[in-house]
Design a protein around this ligand. Structure first.
Ligand code: BGC
Length: 261
């Protein structure tokens, strides 16, 4: 646990499930004040709120689509109105929708970019604006992926969104470092979350992905939420502009394991 996270106000986008949900609960354990953003799953968001409260935190739920500017503005304003300030912005909402690149429609491309990249930009911008205006040393955590560095056929829009996020984060980190505002990415690998449920519930596909992970297993959401708590805390006070990969070694060229090559 990180003492300084107690009573901190943290907004988490896409927090009704998956990594967002795990982070919400973790910040609840830290006794933070958690703003749970969701797009379509109100009932699940209410369950997460209960879990956060049971864990020892406070929580509200706020509906909003992060690809819509007005929704993101409302999200940050609601956090400030309800909890008095904003300390940590976690841009987590994202999705993937695979298709061969030569058959990818503009609508599909745009939808993934709008949520994964533009949504993270809007969340960062609104949070940083508030911090600059109020002289607050806040911090942004963007949920990137191993695919900010690993190319991924059939997922060109997803990989482009995460590759874009890498330089967005580095640029914002550089731009706002003089104000004490930190901006970092978490780069998860293959995790046991709803986004992957279909793939990983199939033993063959699961084993195939596991063979690409030097540590040999699919990660648990709690292995990401613990990193989010660290990055948000004062323990990471000198860390900005990095991507912390949480991937069991997936980004380390596993095909070269055991001296192959
Ligand atoms: C994707 C997962 C995938 C993992 C490793 C993540 O960003 O969301 O679907 O299993 O990367 O390839």
């Amino acid at each position: 646990m990180y003492q300084d996270l107690k009573d901190k106000v943290v907004v988490i986008t896409g927090a009704s499930k998956g990594l967002g949900r795990a982070m919400a609960v973790r910040f609840g354990q830290e006794q933070s004040k958690v703003v749970i953003n969701y797009r379509s799953k109100e009932e699940e968001a209410l369950e997460v709120k209960k879990e956060v409260e049971e864990a020892g935190g406070q929580a509200i739920i706020v509906h909003g689509d992060v690809s819509k500017e007005a929704d993101v503005i409302n999200l940050v304003q609601t956090a400030v109105k309800e909890f008095g300030t904003l300390d940590i912005m976690i841009n987590n909402a994202g999705f993937e929708n695979p298709v061969a690149s030569h058959e990818l429609s503009l609508d599909n491309w745009q939808a993934v970019i709008d949520t994964n990249l533009t949504g993270a930009f809007l969340g960062s911008r609104e949070a940083i604006k508030y911090w600059v205006e109020n002289d607050i040393k806040g911090n942004v955590i963007n949920m990137s992926s191993v695919h900010e560095m690993i190319p991924w056929p059939l997922f060109v829009h997803y990989a482009a969104s995460k590759g874009g996020m890498k330089l967005m984060t580095e640029t914002l980190a550089l731009e706002y470092a003089p104000k004490g505002i930190r901006v970092n990415n978490i780069g998860p690998g293959a995790m046991d979350t709803p986004i992957n449920a279909e793939k990983f519930n199939d033993p063959e596909q699961r084993a195939d992905v596991e063979s690409m992970i030097p540590m040999g297993y699919i990660g648990k959401p709690e292995e990401v939420s613990s990193v989010a708590a660290f990055l948000a805390s004062e323990q990471a006070s000198y860390v900005t502009g990095v991507t912390l990969f949480v991937d069991g070694g997936m980004t380390k060229y596993p095909s070269f394991q055991a001296g192959r090559g």
